[in-house]
Design a protein around this ligand. Structure first.
Ligand SMILES: Cc1ncc(C[n+]2csc(CCOP(=O)(O)OP(=O)(O)O)c2C)c(N)n1
Ligand SMILES: [Mg+2]
Length: 355
């Protein structure tokens, strides 16, 4: 019988608090790596903050804010090679930026414009999944395929705490475990599924305990500690490449922004807890760590932030310069064998739009 060790339940941390908790370090990470990680965090943060502004200006549609989730995203992706695949949910919509995807592409996605559809094989970044947890079986399938082909690549999928109550999560995790697919299951436990708290989601003491049910290892990390997330992901990737199958990582945080631009969390969230989280958010925490290490200084920080701000300025200009999409696309990709009524419906739509 396979022996399943109990999952690690203590939160892994590397970054100290500059006071009583000492800083740790991650073996093998150079100063260059640390700056690159910081660059990723700043790029993601800038994308997120600008997107909220663009939404308020009516330049993008409803937007799922990921403020203070950047450490989970940047830390785990940094543990991957370019040949490895990423399967995001809407919460990781801008993850492609870390693979060189232009900001204009992601902004176009949120504008509901076809310029926001990318070819997943161009970046090894799958399409954003909005139906909760549906990306998990996709990722399990791709990872299994890599194993069958004898390729070294693995897959990383992101999903939320709420997603762990979905059948698709269970099917994907179980399938990957049984097939020993090279998959990293990264749960962003921000403790809320819109207005549903974690306590209403599960009786498990910690989400990481679910790993035992699949016979796979589980790790629990501080989701706002980019170095802890990176180190855990690196271990999971090493297991995947060694043919040892999937690993479940629970990255714990507390959602410190509305679920999306359409949400008003003041009706349900613990405001004091949000204020505490915001004071200790992941980008500032890493910046202070790098400054204590003498790696980050004002000029470098300003340069990195200016690069990210430029990428966004260029991105929104390019997204807005796209000509309006042809409404025929709504029908074109719906069915391989469309009914005759589609032609009539499209004519009607064109007439209403005055085309
Ligand atoms: C299958 C499905 N059911 C319901 C929804 C509506 N919905 C959108 S976001 C969300 C909450 C998901 O919470 P969680 O998995 O914790 O992810 P988070 O948004 O916190 O990152 C729900 C229920 C959906 N998108 N898909
Ligand atoms: Mg959640």
């Amino acid at each position: 019988m396979a022996q399943v060790l109990p999952a690690e339940r203590d939160l892994r941390r590397v970054i100290g608090d500059g006071d009583t908790v000492p800083d740790g370090e991650v073996d093998g990470l150079t100063d260059h790596d640390l700056v690159e990680l910081y660059r990723s965090l700043v790029l993601l943060r800038t994308y997120d903050e600008r997107s909220v502004v663009y939404h308020r200006q009516g330049r993008i549609g409803t937007y799922a804010i990921y403020w203070n989730h950047e450490a989970m995203q940047a830390g785990s992706v940094y543990a991957l090679e370019d040949a490895d695949w990423i399967f995001p949910s809407y919460r990781e919509s801008a993850i492609g930026l870390l693979r060189g995807m232009p900001a204009a592409t992601v902004l176009s996605w949120w504008r509901g414009h076809p310029a926001g559809w990318w070819n997943p094989a161009d970046y090894n970044v799958a399409s954003i999944c909005v139906p909760i947890a549906t990306q998990v079986p996709h990722a399990a399938g791709l990872a299994w395929g890599k194993r069958l082909r004898g390729e070294a690549a693995c897959a990383l999928t992101f999903f939320g705490d709420g997603a762990t109550s979905e059948g698709a999560f269970h099917e994907g995790a179980n399938f990957a475990a049984v097939m020993r697919a090279p998959l990293v299951l990264l749960c962003n436990n921000n403790q809320w599924a819109i207005s549903t708290p974690l306590s209403a989601q599960t009786r498990a003491e910690a989400l990481v305990d679910k790993a035992a049910g699949y016979g796979i290892p589980g790790m629990r990390v501080d989701g706002a500690d980019v170095l802890a997330v990176y180190e855990a992901a690196r271990e999971a990737v090493a297991r995947a490449r060694a043919g040892e199958g999937p690993t479940f990582i629970e990255a714990v945080t507390y959602r410190s922004a509305p679920h999306a631009t359409a949400d008003d969390p003041s009706a349900y969230i613990d405001q004091q807890r949000v204020a505490d989280e915001r004071a200790n958010e992941c980008l500032g925490r890493f910046a202070r760590y790098l400054r204590r290490q003498g790696i980050l200084h004002d000029a470098l920080d300003e340069q990195i932030r200016a690069e990210a701000a430029d990428a966004m300025r260029v991105g929104i200009a390019a997204a807005e310069a796209e000509p309006p999409a042809d409404v025929g696309l709504v029908f074109e990709h719906a069915l391989a064998d469309p009914p005759e009524s589609f032609a009539h419906d499209l004519d009607e739509l064109r007439r209403i739009l005055g085309e």
